[in-house]
Design a protein around this ligand. Structure first.
Ligand code: N01
Length: 540
Protein backbone atom coordinates (compact mmCIF):
# COMPACT_ATOMS: atom_id res chain seq x y z
CA UNK A 1 0.00 0.00 0.00
CA UNK A 2 1.40 3.42 -0.86
CA UNK A 3 0.23 6.05 1.53
CA UNK A 4 2.23 8.81 -0.06
CA UNK A 5 0.73 11.39 -2.35
CA UNK A 6 3.59 12.42 -4.60
CA UNK A 7 4.62 15.98 -4.16
CA UNK A 8 2.79 16.90 -0.94
CA UNK A 9 4.66 16.25 2.27
CA UNK A 10 2.81 14.16 4.81
CA UNK A 11 2.89 15.60 8.31
CA UNK A 12 3.54 13.55 11.45
CA UNK A 13 4.57 14.10 15.02
CA UNK A 14 7.16 11.34 14.78
CA UNK A 15 8.76 9.22 12.09
CA UNK A 16 10.46 5.95 12.90
CA UNK A 17 12.90 4.43 10.44
CA UNK A 18 12.79 0.63 10.58
CA UNK A 19 10.15 -1.95 11.50
CA UNK A 20 12.18 -4.46 13.49
CA UNK A 21 12.09 -5.10 17.22
CA UNK A 22 12.86 -1.42 17.91
CA UNK A 23 10.58 0.24 15.40
CA UNK A 24 7.52 -1.84 16.30
CA UNK A 25 7.73 -1.11 19.99
CA UNK A 26 8.57 2.55 19.37
CA UNK A 27 5.48 2.90 17.19
CA UNK A 28 3.29 1.28 19.81
CA UNK A 29 4.72 3.50 22.56
CA UNK A 30 4.46 6.83 20.79
CA UNK A 31 1.09 6.14 19.21
CA UNK A 32 -0.77 4.32 21.97
CA UNK A 33 0.87 5.75 25.10
CA UNK A 34 1.38 9.34 23.96
CA UNK A 35 -1.31 9.58 21.29
CA UNK A 36 1.09 10.92 18.66
CA UNK A 37 0.63 10.74 14.93
CA UNK A 38 3.38 8.36 13.95
CA UNK A 39 4.56 6.57 10.85
CA UNK A 40 7.17 3.83 10.44
CA UNK A 41 9.14 3.80 7.20
CA UNK A 42 10.57 0.41 6.34
CA UNK A 43 12.71 -0.45 3.31
CA UNK A 44 11.74 -4.13 3.22
CA UNK A 45 8.62 -5.74 1.87
CA UNK A 46 7.77 -7.02 5.32
CA UNK A 47 8.34 -6.18 8.96
CA UNK A 48 11.02 -7.85 11.10
CA UNK A 49 14.23 -5.88 10.48
CA UNK A 50 17.22 -8.17 11.04
CA UNK A 51 14.90 -11.16 11.07
CA UNK A 52 13.35 -10.20 7.77
CA UNK A 53 16.73 -10.16 6.01
CA UNK A 54 18.80 -12.82 7.78
CA UNK A 55 17.22 -16.01 6.41
CA UNK A 56 20.45 -17.89 5.79
CA UNK A 57 20.55 -21.61 6.57
CA UNK A 58 20.79 -22.17 10.31
CA UNK A 59 19.81 -18.58 11.20
CA UNK A 60 18.85 -18.68 14.82
CA UNK A 61 19.22 -16.36 17.75
CA UNK A 62 22.03 -17.00 20.22
CA UNK A 63 19.93 -15.53 23.03
CA UNK A 64 17.58 -18.00 24.64
CA UNK A 65 14.03 -17.65 23.43
CA UNK A 66 12.42 -16.86 26.78
CA UNK A 67 14.74 -13.84 27.02
CA UNK A 68 14.57 -12.88 23.36
CA UNK A 69 11.10 -11.43 23.80
CA UNK A 70 9.43 -8.18 24.57
CA UNK A 71 8.69 -7.86 28.25
CA UNK A 72 6.57 -4.69 28.04
CA UNK A 73 3.33 -6.67 27.80
CA UNK A 74 2.75 -9.41 30.35
CA UNK A 75 -0.20 -10.66 28.28
CA UNK A 76 2.00 -11.02 25.21
CA UNK A 77 4.59 -12.89 27.28
CA UNK A 78 1.98 -15.31 28.55
CA UNK A 79 0.32 -15.97 25.23
CA UNK A 80 3.35 -16.51 23.00
CA UNK A 81 4.92 -19.99 23.08
CA UNK A 82 8.49 -20.45 21.90
CA UNK A 83 9.25 -23.98 20.84
CA UNK A 84 13.03 -24.31 21.15
CA UNK A 85 15.77 -23.17 23.51
CA UNK A 86 17.01 -20.78 20.80
CA UNK A 87 14.43 -19.36 18.44
CA UNK A 88 14.94 -19.99 14.75
CA UNK A 89 14.60 -17.11 12.28
CA UNK A 90 11.15 -18.13 10.93
CA UNK A 91 9.80 -18.38 14.47
CA UNK A 92 11.13 -14.92 15.43
CA UNK A 93 9.62 -13.49 12.26
CA UNK A 94 6.27 -15.10 13.15
CA UNK A 95 6.56 -13.59 16.63
CA UNK A 96 7.16 -10.08 15.29
CA UNK A 97 4.27 -10.44 12.85
CA UNK A 98 2.09 -11.59 15.72
CA UNK A 99 3.12 -8.50 17.69
CA UNK A 100 2.29 -6.27 14.72
CA UNK A 101 -1.18 -7.82 14.42
CA UNK A 102 -1.90 -8.04 18.11
CA UNK A 103 -1.21 -4.34 18.65
CA UNK A 104 -2.68 -3.25 15.32
CA UNK A 105 0.61 -1.75 14.17
CA UNK A 106 0.47 -2.41 10.43
CA UNK A 107 -1.80 0.50 9.60
CA UNK A 108 1.03 2.89 10.55
CA UNK A 109 3.88 1.09 8.82
CA UNK A 110 4.83 1.93 5.29
CA UNK A 111 6.74 -0.94 3.68
CA UNK A 112 8.92 -0.82 0.57
CA UNK A 113 9.95 2.66 1.64
CA UNK A 114 13.66 3.25 1.90
CA UNK A 115 14.67 6.55 3.45
CA UNK A 116 17.08 8.45 1.26
CA UNK A 117 17.58 11.63 3.27
CA UNK A 118 16.50 13.50 6.37
CA UNK A 119 17.02 17.23 6.92
CA UNK A 120 16.36 19.32 10.00
CA UNK A 121 15.05 22.85 9.62
CA UNK A 122 15.55 25.11 12.61
CA UNK A 123 12.95 27.69 11.54
CA UNK A 124 10.12 25.17 11.63
CA UNK A 125 11.80 22.78 14.06
CA UNK A 126 10.79 19.95 11.72
CA UNK A 127 12.58 17.14 9.99
CA UNK A 128 11.90 16.53 6.31
CA UNK A 129 12.38 12.94 5.29
CA UNK A 130 12.58 11.88 1.64
CA UNK A 131 12.34 8.34 0.41
CA UNK A 132 13.60 6.51 -2.63
CA UNK A 133 9.97 6.16 -3.66
CA UNK A 134 9.82 9.98 -3.92
CA UNK A 135 7.57 10.51 -0.94
CA UNK A 136 8.19 13.32 1.50
CA UNK A 137 7.33 13.28 5.16
CA UNK A 138 7.72 15.90 7.85
CA UNK A 139 7.94 15.33 11.57
CA UNK A 140 9.10 16.85 14.83
CA UNK A 141 10.79 13.73 16.21
CA UNK A 142 12.94 11.46 14.08
CA UNK A 143 13.75 8.08 15.54
CA UNK A 144 16.22 5.77 13.85
CA UNK A 145 15.41 2.14 14.59
CA UNK A 146 17.61 0.77 11.83
CA UNK A 147 19.31 -2.03 13.75
CA UNK A 148 22.97 -2.40 14.62
CA UNK A 149 23.75 -5.14 12.11
CA UNK A 150 21.76 -4.38 9.02
CA UNK A 151 24.17 -2.97 6.46
CA UNK A 152 25.70 -5.97 4.69
CA UNK A 153 29.48 -5.97 4.27
CA UNK A 154 30.22 -7.62 0.93
CA UNK A 155 33.99 -7.66 0.51
CA UNK A 156 35.34 -5.94 -2.56
CA UNK A 157 37.16 -8.82 -4.19
CA UNK A 158 38.28 -8.47 -7.79
CA UNK A 159 36.35 -10.59 -10.24
CA UNK A 160 33.12 -11.03 -8.28
CA UNK A 161 31.08 -9.72 -11.20
CA UNK A 162 32.62 -12.33 -13.49
CA UNK A 163 31.66 -15.27 -11.26
CA UNK A 164 29.46 -17.59 -13.29
CA UNK A 165 27.91 -19.33 -10.30
CA UNK A 166 25.61 -17.72 -7.73
CA UNK A 167 26.75 -15.72 -4.76
CA UNK A 168 24.90 -14.49 -1.69
CA UNK A 169 25.50 -12.45 1.44
CA UNK A 170 23.92 -14.06 4.50
CA UNK A 171 22.29 -10.78 5.52
CA UNK A 172 20.45 -10.46 2.20
CA UNK A 173 19.34 -14.02 1.75
CA UNK A 174 16.82 -14.87 -1.01
CA UNK A 175 13.37 -15.53 0.35
CA UNK A 176 12.88 -18.61 -1.76
CA UNK A 177 16.00 -20.13 -0.13
CA UNK A 178 19.03 -21.63 -1.85
CA UNK A 179 19.30 -25.27 -2.84
CA UNK A 180 22.84 -26.50 -2.24
CA UNK A 181 22.13 -30.07 -3.31
CA UNK A 182 24.91 -31.41 -5.49
CA UNK A 183 26.76 -28.07 -5.42
CA UNK A 184 30.32 -27.10 -4.67
CA UNK A 185 29.94 -24.33 -2.14
CA UNK A 186 32.46 -21.84 -0.75
CA UNK A 187 31.76 -19.97 2.49
CA UNK A 188 33.84 -16.88 3.28
CA UNK A 189 33.69 -15.86 6.94
CA UNK A 190 33.68 -17.66 10.26
CA UNK A 191 31.89 -15.25 12.59
CA UNK A 192 28.62 -16.10 14.39
CA UNK A 193 26.78 -16.27 11.07
CA UNK A 194 29.25 -18.49 9.20
CA UNK A 195 29.50 -20.76 12.22
CA UNK A 196 25.70 -21.18 12.25
CA UNK A 197 25.42 -21.66 8.50
CA UNK A 198 28.39 -23.96 7.78
CA UNK A 199 27.00 -27.17 9.36
CA UNK A 200 23.61 -26.69 7.67
CA UNK A 201 25.15 -26.00 4.25
CA UNK A 202 27.49 -28.96 4.70
CA UNK A 203 24.50 -31.23 5.24
CA UNK A 204 23.28 -30.43 1.73
CA UNK A 205 26.27 -29.52 -0.41
CA UNK A 206 28.31 -31.95 -2.49
CA UNK A 207 31.46 -30.17 -1.40
CA UNK A 208 32.04 -27.33 1.05
CA UNK A 209 35.14 -25.16 1.24
CA UNK A 210 35.39 -22.73 4.13
CA UNK A 211 37.70 -19.75 3.65
CA UNK A 212 38.85 -18.73 7.12
CA UNK A 213 40.68 -15.47 7.76
CA UNK A 214 40.43 -15.49 11.54
CA UNK A 215 39.86 -18.63 13.57
CA UNK A 216 37.11 -18.25 16.13
CA UNK A 217 36.01 -19.68 19.43
CA UNK A 218 32.58 -21.22 19.56
CA UNK A 219 30.53 -22.79 22.31
CA UNK A 220 27.99 -25.54 21.65
CA UNK A 221 24.46 -24.14 21.73
CA UNK A 222 22.87 -27.43 22.83
CA UNK A 223 19.64 -26.37 21.22
CA UNK A 224 16.62 -28.54 21.96
CA UNK A 225 12.85 -28.30 22.07
CA UNK A 226 11.68 -26.54 25.22
CA UNK A 227 10.11 -28.82 27.76
CA UNK A 228 6.64 -28.05 29.07
CA UNK A 229 8.20 -27.72 32.49
CA UNK A 230 10.60 -24.99 31.30
CA UNK A 231 7.84 -23.18 29.42
CA UNK A 232 5.74 -23.10 32.59
CA UNK A 233 8.74 -21.96 34.62
CA UNK A 234 9.57 -19.09 32.23
CA UNK A 235 6.00 -17.82 32.27
CA UNK A 236 5.57 -18.17 36.02
CA UNK A 237 8.87 -16.37 36.67
CA UNK A 238 8.64 -13.69 34.00
CA UNK A 239 9.04 -10.89 36.53
CA UNK A 240 12.14 -12.42 38.08
CA UNK A 241 13.67 -13.08 34.66
CA UNK A 242 13.03 -9.51 33.61
CA UNK A 243 14.64 -8.23 36.78
CA UNK A 244 17.74 -10.34 36.20
CA UNK A 245 18.06 -9.14 32.61
CA UNK A 246 17.75 -5.50 33.65
CA UNK A 247 20.24 -5.76 36.48
CA UNK A 248 23.21 -7.46 34.89
CA UNK A 249 26.02 -6.83 32.45
CA UNK A 250 24.69 -8.27 29.20
CA UNK A 251 20.89 -8.25 29.64
CA UNK A 252 20.81 -12.03 29.47
CA UNK A 253 18.77 -14.01 31.97
CA UNK A 254 21.85 -14.94 34.01
CA UNK A 255 24.43 -13.14 36.13
CA UNK A 256 28.18 -13.31 35.65
CA UNK A 257 29.39 -15.37 38.61
CA UNK A 258 31.29 -13.45 41.22
CA UNK A 259 34.40 -15.63 41.28
CA UNK A 260 37.80 -15.33 39.72
CA UNK A 261 39.38 -17.92 37.47
CA UNK A 262 42.10 -18.00 40.14
CA UNK A 263 39.74 -18.59 43.07
CA UNK A 264 39.50 -22.26 42.14
CA UNK A 265 41.99 -25.07 41.67
CA UNK A 266 42.92 -26.27 38.18
CA UNK A 267 40.75 -29.33 38.72
CA UNK A 268 37.75 -27.29 39.87
CA UNK A 269 38.15 -24.89 36.95
CA UNK A 270 38.19 -27.78 34.54
CA UNK A 271 35.00 -29.15 36.07
CA UNK A 272 33.28 -25.76 36.02
CA UNK A 273 34.16 -25.18 32.38
CA UNK A 274 33.24 -28.73 31.41
CA UNK A 275 29.85 -28.37 33.03
CA UNK A 276 29.31 -24.98 31.30
CA UNK A 277 30.40 -26.51 27.98
CA UNK A 278 27.85 -29.29 28.45
CA UNK A 279 25.09 -26.78 29.27
CA UNK A 280 26.14 -24.71 26.27
CA UNK A 281 25.27 -21.22 25.13
CA UNK A 282 26.44 -17.71 25.93
CA UNK A 283 26.35 -18.40 29.69
CA UNK A 284 29.68 -20.19 29.21
CA UNK A 285 31.40 -16.80 29.39
CA UNK A 286 29.65 -15.98 32.67
CA UNK A 287 31.37 -18.60 34.82
CA UNK A 288 34.09 -16.23 36.02
CA UNK A 289 34.01 -12.49 36.57
CA UNK A 290 37.49 -11.95 35.16
CA UNK A 291 37.28 -13.87 31.88
CA UNK A 292 36.97 -10.68 29.89
CA UNK A 293 39.00 -8.50 32.25
CA UNK A 294 42.27 -10.30 32.84
CA UNK A 295 44.46 -11.68 30.06
CA UNK A 296 45.80 -14.54 32.19
CA UNK A 297 42.32 -15.54 33.32
CA UNK A 298 41.12 -15.40 29.75
CA UNK A 299 44.03 -17.52 28.59
CA UNK A 300 42.97 -20.37 30.87
CA UNK A 301 39.38 -20.30 29.60
CA UNK A 302 40.54 -19.97 25.98
CA UNK A 303 42.91 -22.88 26.46
CA UNK A 304 39.98 -25.06 27.55
CA UNK A 305 38.15 -24.25 24.31
CA UNK A 306 41.23 -24.85 22.18
CA UNK A 307 41.63 -28.27 23.75
CA UNK A 308 37.97 -28.98 22.96
CA UNK A 309 38.51 -28.03 19.31
CA UNK A 310 41.54 -30.32 19.07
CA UNK A 311 39.57 -33.15 20.66
CA UNK A 312 36.61 -32.75 18.32
CA UNK A 313 38.38 -32.22 15.00
CA UNK A 314 40.06 -35.42 13.85
CA UNK A 315 42.46 -34.09 11.21
CA UNK A 316 45.28 -32.52 13.23
CA UNK A 317 46.15 -29.93 10.56
CA UNK A 318 42.55 -28.70 10.36
CA UNK A 319 42.23 -28.81 14.15
CA UNK A 320 45.32 -26.64 14.48
CA UNK A 321 43.99 -24.13 11.96
CA UNK A 322 40.73 -23.87 13.88
CA UNK A 323 42.42 -23.66 17.27
CA UNK A 324 44.99 -21.08 16.21
CA UNK A 325 42.91 -18.17 17.51
CA UNK A 326 44.65 -14.83 17.73
CA UNK A 327 42.41 -12.98 20.20
CA UNK A 328 41.13 -13.52 23.73
CA UNK A 329 37.92 -15.49 24.21
CA UNK A 330 34.82 -13.23 23.98
CA UNK A 331 36.85 -10.22 22.83
CA UNK A 332 34.94 -10.73 19.60
CA UNK A 333 31.28 -11.67 19.93
CA UNK A 334 31.50 -15.35 20.92
CA UNK A 335 29.48 -17.53 18.55
CA UNK A 336 27.45 -20.49 19.71
CA UNK A 337 27.03 -23.39 17.34
CA UNK A 338 25.34 -26.65 16.51
CA UNK A 339 28.09 -29.10 15.46
CA UNK A 340 30.37 -26.48 13.90
CA UNK A 341 33.71 -28.07 14.69
CA UNK A 342 32.30 -31.58 14.06
CA UNK A 343 31.46 -30.49 10.51
CA UNK A 344 35.18 -30.48 9.63
CA UNK A 345 35.23 -34.25 10.18
CA UNK A 346 33.00 -34.72 7.14
CA UNK A 347 34.96 -35.94 4.10
CA UNK A 348 33.46 -33.33 1.75
CA UNK A 349 34.35 -30.32 3.95
CA UNK A 350 37.70 -28.56 3.76
CA UNK A 351 39.14 -25.53 5.50
CA UNK A 352 41.37 -23.02 3.71
CA UNK A 353 43.52 -20.60 5.67
CA UNK A 354 43.29 -17.32 3.80
CA UNK A 355 45.79 -15.70 6.14
CA UNK A 356 48.58 -17.80 4.65
CA UNK A 357 47.02 -18.06 1.19
CA UNK A 358 44.92 -14.89 0.74
CA UNK A 359 42.16 -14.72 -1.82
CA UNK A 360 43.65 -13.14 -4.94
CA UNK A 361 40.50 -12.84 -6.94
CA UNK A 362 37.25 -14.46 -7.87
CA UNK A 363 37.32 -16.15 -11.24
CA UNK A 364 34.37 -17.17 -13.43
CA UNK A 365 34.64 -20.65 -11.93
CA UNK A 366 35.45 -20.03 -8.27
CA UNK A 367 37.93 -18.50 -5.83
CA UNK A 368 41.63 -18.17 -6.60
CA UNK A 369 43.97 -17.87 -3.65
CA UNK A 370 47.67 -17.20 -3.90
CA UNK A 371 48.16 -20.97 -3.90
CA UNK A 372 45.26 -22.60 -5.65
CA UNK A 373 42.03 -22.34 -7.67
CA UNK A 374 38.93 -23.60 -5.86
CA UNK A 375 36.14 -24.50 -8.26
CA UNK A 376 32.74 -23.44 -6.88
CA UNK A 377 29.11 -23.29 -7.95
CA UNK A 378 27.98 -21.06 -5.09
CA UNK A 379 29.81 -18.54 -2.88
CA UNK A 380 28.29 -17.52 0.45
CA UNK A 381 29.67 -14.38 2.04
CA UNK A 382 29.17 -14.63 5.79
CA UNK A 383 31.29 -11.51 6.06
CA UNK A 384 29.23 -9.51 8.51
CA UNK A 385 28.06 -5.95 8.54
CA UNK A 386 29.09 -2.34 8.47
CA UNK A 387 27.93 -2.46 12.07
CA UNK A 388 26.25 0.20 14.18
CA UNK A 389 26.94 3.18 11.93
CA UNK A 390 26.56 1.70 8.43
CA UNK A 391 22.79 1.94 8.10
CA UNK A 392 22.70 5.42 9.63
CA UNK A 393 25.41 6.78 7.37
CA UNK A 394 23.84 5.27 4.25
CA UNK A 395 21.02 7.76 4.68
CA UNK A 396 21.90 11.35 3.96
CA UNK A 397 21.09 12.83 7.38
CA UNK A 398 21.59 16.55 7.78
CA UNK A 399 21.11 18.23 11.15
CA UNK A 400 21.14 21.83 12.26
CA UNK A 401 22.99 24.38 10.07
CA UNK A 402 23.66 21.86 7.32
CA UNK A 403 25.77 19.54 9.46
CA UNK A 404 25.88 16.10 7.82
CA UNK A 405 25.99 13.03 10.02
CA UNK A 406 28.80 11.72 7.82
CA UNK A 407 30.87 14.84 8.74
CA UNK A 408 29.93 14.74 12.41
CA UNK A 409 31.06 11.10 12.53
CA UNK A 410 34.12 11.37 10.34
CA UNK A 411 36.36 10.29 13.22
CA UNK A 412 33.81 7.86 14.66
CA UNK A 413 30.28 7.94 16.06
CA UNK A 414 30.41 10.89 18.46
CA UNK A 415 27.19 10.75 20.46
CA UNK A 416 25.75 11.09 23.92
CA UNK A 417 24.61 7.93 25.74
CA UNK A 418 24.04 6.30 22.35
CA UNK A 419 20.77 8.22 22.22
CA UNK A 420 21.50 11.56 20.58
CA UNK A 421 24.11 13.29 18.45
CA UNK A 422 25.06 16.97 18.97
CA UNK A 423 23.75 19.06 16.08
CA UNK A 424 20.84 16.71 15.36
CA UNK A 425 17.93 18.08 17.42
CA UNK A 426 14.97 15.84 18.20
CA UNK A 427 16.69 12.90 16.53
CA UNK A 428 17.03 9.75 18.63
CA UNK A 429 19.01 6.60 17.84
CA UNK A 430 17.56 3.38 19.27
CA UNK A 431 20.51 1.23 20.42
CA UNK A 432 22.85 3.64 18.68
CA UNK A 433 26.64 3.49 18.92
CA UNK A 434 27.71 4.46 22.42
CA UNK A 435 25.05 2.30 24.05
CA UNK A 436 25.52 -1.29 25.29
CA UNK A 437 23.32 -2.61 22.45
CA UNK A 438 25.25 -5.35 20.67
CA UNK A 439 27.04 -6.39 23.84
CA UNK A 440 23.60 -7.27 25.19
CA UNK A 441 20.67 -9.49 24.59
CA UNK A 442 18.99 -6.99 22.29
CA UNK A 443 15.29 -6.89 23.29
CA UNK A 444 15.90 -5.54 26.82
CA UNK A 445 18.36 -2.99 25.42
CA UNK A 446 15.77 -1.94 22.84
CA UNK A 447 12.96 -1.72 25.38
CA UNK A 448 15.13 0.46 27.59
CA UNK A 449 15.85 2.92 24.79
CA UNK A 450 12.30 2.99 23.48
CA UNK A 451 10.92 3.64 26.97
CA UNK A 452 13.48 6.40 27.52
CA UNK A 453 12.72 8.08 24.18
CA UNK A 454 8.98 7.84 24.83
CA UNK A 455 9.30 9.33 28.32
CA UNK A 456 11.61 12.02 26.99
CA UNK A 457 9.17 13.07 24.26
CA UNK A 458 6.33 13.07 26.81
CA UNK A 459 8.46 15.32 29.02
CA UNK A 460 9.23 17.70 26.15
CA UNK A 461 5.57 18.03 25.28
CA UNK A 462 4.43 18.48 28.85
CA UNK A 463 6.95 21.23 29.44
CA UNK A 464 6.64 23.04 26.14
CA UNK A 465 10.19 22.15 25.08
CA UNK A 466 10.63 22.57 21.32
CA UNK A 467 13.90 20.81 20.90
CA UNK A 468 16.29 18.53 22.69
CA UNK A 469 19.84 18.00 21.61
CA UNK A 470 22.94 16.37 23.07
CA UNK A 471 25.46 18.94 24.32
CA UNK A 472 28.88 19.00 22.65
CA UNK A 473 30.79 18.59 25.92
CA UNK A 474 28.51 15.80 27.10
CA UNK A 475 29.13 13.91 23.85
CA UNK A 476 32.90 14.38 24.13
CA UNK A 477 32.83 13.14 27.70
CA UNK A 478 30.65 10.18 26.76
CA UNK A 479 33.00 9.16 23.93
CA UNK A 480 35.80 9.14 26.51
CA UNK A 481 33.62 7.09 28.88
CA UNK A 482 32.86 4.58 26.11
CA UNK A 483 36.59 4.27 25.34
CA UNK A 484 37.46 3.93 29.02
CA UNK A 485 34.82 1.24 29.55
CA UNK A 486 36.19 -0.78 26.62
CA UNK A 487 39.79 -0.28 27.76
CA UNK A 488 38.96 -1.73 31.16
CA UNK A 489 38.22 -5.01 29.38
CA UNK A 490 40.01 -7.22 26.84
CA UNK A 491 37.54 -6.22 24.13
CA UNK A 492 39.83 -3.82 22.23
CA UNK A 493 42.55 -6.46 21.98
CA UNK A 494 40.61 -8.17 19.18
CA UNK A 495 41.91 -5.58 16.79
CA UNK A 496 40.00 -6.92 13.79
CA UNK A 497 36.58 -6.94 15.45
CA UNK A 498 33.53 -5.21 14.06
CA UNK A 499 33.03 -3.65 17.50
CA UNK A 500 35.97 -1.46 16.42
CA UNK A 501 34.80 -1.02 12.85
CA UNK A 502 37.92 -2.89 11.76
CA UNK A 503 36.07 -5.22 9.38
CA UNK A 504 35.21 -2.42 6.97
CA UNK A 505 38.18 -0.94 5.09
CA UNK A 506 38.50 2.80 5.75
CA UNK A 507 36.09 2.88 8.71
CA UNK A 508 37.42 4.81 11.74
CA UNK A 509 38.76 2.47 14.41
CA UNK A 510 36.68 3.42 17.41
CA UNK A 511 35.20 1.02 19.92
CA UNK A 512 31.49 1.64 19.30
CA UNK A 513 29.32 -0.07 21.94
CA UNK A 514 29.40 0.90 25.62
CA UNK A 515 31.14 -1.93 27.49
CA UNK A 516 30.45 -0.73 31.03
CA UNK A 517 27.50 -3.10 31.41
CA UNK A 518 23.78 -2.79 30.85
CA UNK A 519 22.82 -2.26 34.51
CA UNK A 520 25.49 0.38 34.97
CA UNK A 521 24.45 2.11 31.77
CA UNK A 522 20.80 2.15 32.83
CA UNK A 523 21.84 3.74 36.11
CA UNK A 524 23.85 6.45 34.36
CA UNK A 525 20.97 7.24 31.99
CA UNK A 526 18.48 7.33 34.85
CA UNK A 527 20.63 9.59 37.03
CA UNK A 528 21.20 12.08 34.24
CA UNK A 529 17.55 12.09 33.28
CA UNK A 530 16.51 12.67 36.86
CA UNK A 531 19.03 15.49 37.13
CA UNK A 532 16.97 17.36 34.53
CA UNK A 533 18.25 15.70 31.36
CA UNK A 534 21.83 16.46 32.24
CA UNK A 535 24.02 16.68 29.13
CA UNK A 536 21.08 17.51 26.89
CA UNK A 537 20.16 21.02 25.89
CA UNK A 538 16.41 21.63 26.07
CA UNK A 539 15.05 24.72 24.33
CA UNK A 540 11.56 26.14 24.49
O1 N01 B 1 29.92 -11.22 10.98
P1 N01 B 1 31.37 -11.07 11.68
P2 N01 B 1 28.73 -12.21 11.33
N1 N01 B 1 37.76 -11.69 3.37
O2 N01 B 1 31.82 -9.70 11.31
C1 N01 B 1 35.25 -12.59 7.71
C2 N01 B 1 25.36 -11.05 15.18
N2 N01 B 1 24.81 -12.36 14.93
O3 N01 B 1 27.65 -11.96 10.38
O4 N01 B 1 37.53 -11.88 11.60
C3 N01 B 1 37.68 -12.79 4.12
O5 N01 B 1 31.35 -11.44 13.09
C4 N01 B 1 35.70 -12.15 9.05
O6 N01 B 1 37.07 -12.38 9.22
P3 N01 B 1 37.93 -11.42 10.23
C5 N01 B 1 26.44 -11.15 16.23
O7 N01 B 1 26.43 -10.03 17.03
C6 N01 B 1 23.91 -12.77 15.81
O8 N01 B 1 29.23 -13.60 11.51
O9 N01 B 1 37.49 -10.01 9.93
N3 N01 B 1 36.98 -12.89 5.25
C7 N01 B 1 34.81 -13.01 9.93
O10 N01 B 1 35.29 -14.31 10.02
C8 N01 B 1 27.65 -11.22 15.37
O11 N01 B 1 28.84 -10.87 16.01
C9 N01 B 1 23.35 -13.97 15.65
O12 N01 B 1 39.32 -11.70 9.87
C10 N01 B 1 36.31 -11.81 5.63
C11 N01 B 1 33.52 -13.04 9.15
O13 N01 B 1 33.85 -12.76 7.81
C12 N01 B 1 27.28 -10.26 14.27
O14 N01 B 1 25.93 -10.57 14.00
C13 N01 B 1 23.73 -14.82 14.63
C14 N01 B 1 36.32 -10.62 4.89
C15 N01 B 1 32.57 -11.97 9.59
O15 N01 B 1 32.23 -12.15 10.92
C16 N01 B 1 28.06 -10.38 13.01
O16 N01 B 1 28.29 -11.75 12.75
C17 N01 B 1 24.66 -14.38 13.73
C18 N01 B 1 37.10 -10.59 3.72
N4 N01 B 1 37.19 -9.48 2.98
C19 N01 B 1 25.19 -13.13 13.88
N5 N01 B 1 35.54 -9.71 5.52
C20 N01 B 1 22.31 -14.26 16.60
O17 N01 B 1 22.44 -14.75 17.63
C21 N01 B 1 35.07 -10.32 6.62
N6 N01 B 1 35.53 -11.59 6.68
C22 N01 B 1 21.06 -13.68 16.35
Amino acid sequence: MTLGTSGAAQEFDALIIGAGFSGLYQLLSLRDKLGLKVRVLEAAEGIGGTWYWNRYPGARCDSESHSYSYYFSKELLQEWHWTERYPEQPEILRYLNHVADRFDLRRDIELNTRVRSARYDDATNRWTVSTETHDTFRCTYLITAVGCLSSANVPKIDGLNDFEGDWYHTGQWPHQGVDFTGKRVGVVGTGSTGIQAIPVIAAQAKQLTVFQRTANYSIPARNAPLTDEFKRYAKAHANDIELIMKSNTNAHPFYIKDRSVFDVTDHEREQILESAWQKGGLAFRAEFRDTLLDAKANHLVADFIRRKIRAIVKDPVTAELLADIDHPFAAKRPPVDSHYFETYNLPHVQLVNIRTQPIERITPSGIKTTEKDYALDIIVFATGFDAMTGSLLKMDIEGDRGLKLSEAWQAGPRNYLGLQVPGFPNMFTVTGPGSPSVLCNMPPAIEHHVDWITDCIAHLRQHGVRRIEAEEQAADDWVLAVNAAASATLLPSATHSWYLGANVPGKPRVFMPYAGGFANYRKIVEERTRAGYQGFSLRR
